[in-house]
Design a protein around this ligand. Sequence first.
Ligand code: MF3
Ligand code: CO
Ligand code: CO
Length: 272
Amino acid sequence: MTTYVTATADMRQARDGTIKLHGPDGFAGMRRAGLLSAQVLDSLYDIIVPGITTQDIDDHVRRMTLDAGALPATLGYRGYTHSCCTSINHVVCHGIPGPKRLQEGDIVNVDVTSIVDGWHGDTNRTYFVGTPGIKARRLVEVTYEAMMRGIEVARPGNTIGDIGHAIQSFAEKHRYGVVRDFCGHGIGRLFHDAPEVVHAGRPGTGPELRPGMFFTVEPMINIGRADVKVLEDGWTAVTRDKTLSAQFEHSIGITEDGCEIFTTSPKGLHRP
Ligand code: MF3
Ligand code: CO
Ligand code: CO
C-alpha cells in the first residue's frame, strides 16, 4: 500500500515510507537547490581533463558549494566523508574521490547533492576525459537518452513502473544492462526518501504519480551485464564483468500535467 501525505512547512518530515506531496514552497526550494547543483556540474567541464585527480574534483565541489552558502549532502552522510561521488569507467556509482588520476579516454560520473535552505538538489552527469572511444560515447549518449525517456513519462496518471519500463526498454534495445541494485528515490527535505524509483519495470506497476511528488531518476547502464558488486571500502560499486557503466541523474517534481526538472543545466551543457 502507498500512503501519500501533504507536506507542510512546519511538518516534521521523517523517512517513514510515506510519499510527500509538496506545494509551491517546495517547488521554489527545490528549484534553488537544483540550480546550484546543476551549476556545480556545469563548472566541472573546464576542470575534468587528463591528469587531474578525483580528489581535485571533490575539492572544487566542496568549495563551490560552501561558497554559495550551501552544504554538500554527502559530507558526513552515513560515514561518507566526501562532497561528491566520482565513478570512473567500470565503477557504477559511489566511487570515492582520491589520488587516482583521470586518463585520456576515461569516462567519469560526478554525482553532487547540495542542500539549500534544507532542500536537496541531487544530480549527476557522466563526463568524457579528453576524447572518448566510440563504445564509451555510445554508452553515455544512450544512458542520457534513457534517463530523459524515463522523465518524459513522469506525469500524473502514470506510475513508477512506467518510468522503469521506458528506461529499460530503450537501454535493452541497445543491448545494454540496466542496474537493478540501485534506484532513484524520493527527495526534498530528506536526501533519500520513498518511493524507490526503479529503472527497470513493468508498465502500470508501482506507486501512482501525483502532483507534488519529488524524486530522482538516475539510471545506471552497463555495456555488459547488469550485475554489480560493492568493493571492500563499503561504497564503490563496480560491474562484475568489468564493462563500462554510465549514469545520469535529475531531481524532478510532478506537476499537474507533467513534471519539472529541478537540475537542468543553466548553461545547456547537460547533453553528453
Ligand atoms: N547522490 C547519490 C544518489 O544519487 C547518493 C550518494 S550517497 C554517498 O542518491 F554517501 F555515497 F555519497
Ligand atoms: Co540520487
Ligand atoms: Co545523486
